[in-house]
Design a protein around this ligand. Structure first.
Ligand SMILES: Cc1cc2nc3c(=O)[nH]c(=O)nc-3n(C[C@H](O)[C@H](O)[C@H](O)COP(=O)(O)O)c2cc1C
Length: 224
């Protein structure tokens, strides 16, 4: 593996180029290689304790996309025009509570940690949840998982921009209604997974309507 050496100007150019694309060019699609590259950056994203509390559903079926429209006010135009449309799911308590089978599976089978390290890790993780971060409700645990899944979202959008691919993150949906739909029509176990975000990928139909606006760097950074 080489040490990356991408010019800062190229990276910043990609950050400036990325914008929340309101409408995509419906005639342009990403290749399998391109969407797999984007998904791979989600896969390689960091997460707290490395537990990867996420799942991504790529919705290419037109009928399923139609079903999402009534519960996602921020998405209809993207559902109609985006090349690829992703649902970002995050794990709920039965998956990520310190004593969950999934957590043991991650430590044992994915990370292949030795028994004594698993014991130590389990203790840290329990203390983190119960004492440090006070993750004592189902809602708090889901929100904590969501924080991790948003890191993957950011990476997917940035990676896409670096490859000249457009995206739009979407929180414009009714969470309860959307999850009911996922349960009934998408075969998602919503006791285990909740919907954190939607994200559309493709190619912009037109240049952004407004120039990028941001607060000054000095207003968001304090040096001590
Ligand atoms: C978590 C999240 C949710 C968002 N939800 C929506 C949405 O539902 N619909 C939409 O058109 N834009 C959505 N946006 C896009 C933001 O409005 C946009 O990123 C912001 O105005 C800054 O503009 P820029 O991304 O073009 O630089 C969302 C952005 C984020 C990060």
């Amino acid at each position: 593996m080489n040490t990356p050496n991408i010019a800062k100007e190229d990276i910043l150019n990609a950050f400036n180029y990325r914008h929340a694309t309101k409408e995509f060019d419906a005639n342009k699609t990403l290749t399998d290689d391109q969407i797999n590259f984007i998904l791979k950056t989600a896969n390689l994203s960091p997460s707290s304790f490395g537990f990867e509390p996420w799942h991504f559903v790529v919705v290419q079926d037109k009928e399923l996309r139609e079903l999402l429209k009534p519960v996602a006010w921020g998405a209809p135009l993207k559902l109609d025009t985006a090349s690829h449309f992703i649902l970002g799911l995050s794990m709920k308590a039965p998956m990520v509570k310190h004593d969950a089978a999934y957590i043991e599976h991650m430590m044992k089978d994915v990370k292949q940690l030795p028994e004594d390290v698993i014991d130590m890790y389990s203790k840290f993780y329990r203390e983190f949840q119960e004492r440090d971060f006070n993750l004592d409700t189902d809602k708090k645990l889901f929100d904590w998982s969501s924080k991790q899944t948003y890191i993957a979202l950011g990476n997917m959008m940035t990676a896409a921009a670096l490859a000249g691919i457009d995206s739009c993150p979407i929180e414009g949906f009714h969470q309860e209604k959307a999850e009911a739909l996922l349960r009934e029509k998408f075969g998602i176990d919503t006791d285990k997974y909740g919907l954190s975000f939607m994200a559309a990928f493709g190619y912009r139909k037109a240049a952004p309507e407004f120039p990028k606006s941001r607060r000054a760097l000095e207003d968001i950074v304090t040096w001590k």
